[in-house]
Design a protein around this ligand. Structure first.
Ligand code: B12
Length: 220
């Protein structure tokens, strides 16, 4: 069902066409498509294609920028509805979330934020290009249960390790749990740097956060 609409969403991100993205996102909401499904089966497919072509040298930085902007438009329209669907829950825990130093990729991190908030976590967004010390300071100041670290570049993945080490040095672990994510990140990397878990997408991030808080995922 809705395959044509999902295909059009994918194409609108590839074309870097925010007006078309906006139209399709609104259409999806109007006909009752789940906003997360619109993101995952439609718009994200486009962003993956752009990333792939960029990696192959078939697309260039402006394409990457335009694809990213188009994706942000999709998230900005679908996000309020995602939040609404998960509203009115008790707080499951406090999460400090950001993209590590040297890395300005924010789209995935923002999706994780939206899903965690919609699921009942209190999430403090530190933004992008966040130094390790800031994660530590904010985790302490906000009495965080979980620190969430996003990294999209192989060159910035070591920034995740630095945060784990800084939290260790400040004596905040193991009380404060660390979860990591981002396209190049894996379970193996999480184990290697001593993080408490890895989530491959925003849905997995919620399940992981619940697990780290000692709660299993709710029965569906
Ligand atoms: C859009 C984009 C950009 C945009 C970002 C716009 C923005 N405002 O965010 C711009 C144009 C700025 C950009 C810049 C660059 N980019 Co870029 N970019 C991408 C692209 C195409 C998509 C990323 C994205 O938004 N994906 C969609 C979201 C939904 O997915 P996600 O980020 O993976 O997040 C999900 C999961 O990973 C997970 N997750 C994410 N974070 C977290 C955190 C936690 C705690 C958990 C549990 C889960 C989790 O959940 C998310 C939701 O499902 C990727 C390609 C790709 N396939 O990833 C390249 C890519 C990441 N970029 C790449 C590169 C090389 C660059 C540049 C260095 C290019 C350059 N020469 O300047 C710069 C680096 C700038 C910097 N210092 O950070 C490479 C990285 C290669 C590598 N392995 O190191 C990629 C893979 C493209 C490629 N194939 O070469 N980029």
């Amino acid at each position: 069902m809705h395959e044509e609409l999902f295909a059009a969403m994918r194409q609108s991100v590839i074309d870097g066409d925010p007006e078309q993205v906006e139209r399709l996102a609104r259409e999806a909401l109007a006909i009752g498509i789940d906003p997360l499904e619109a993101i995952n089966r439609g718009f994200v497919e486009g962003v993956h294609y752009v990333g792939e072509q960029f990696g192959l040298g078939e697309m260039f930085l402006p394409d990457l920028v335009m694809g990213g902007e188009a994706m942000k438009m999709a998230v900005s329209i679908l996000e309020p509805e995602m939040r609404k669907r998960g509203s009115a829950r008790q707080s499951l825990g406090t999460v400090v979330l950001g993209t590590v130093k040297g890395d300005i990729h924010e789209i995935g991190k923002t999706l994780v934020l939206t899903m965690l908030s919609a699921s009942g976590f209190q999430v403090h967004d530190l933004g992008v290009d966040v130094p390790a010390e800031r994660f530590v300071d904010q985790a302490r100041a906000l009495n965080a249960d979980i620190v969430g670290l996003s990294a999209l570049l192989t060159t910035t993945m070591p920034g995740q390790r630095q945060v784990v080490e800084a939290l260790d040095r400040q004596g905040l672990r193991p009380r404060v749990k660390v979860m990591i994510g981002g396209a190049p990140v894996s379970h193996e990397w999480a184990r290697e740097i001593g993080a408490d878990g890895y989530g491959e997408d925003a849905v997995a991030a919620v399940a992981l956060a619940r697990r780290l808080m000692g709660r299993e995922a709710p029965a569906r």
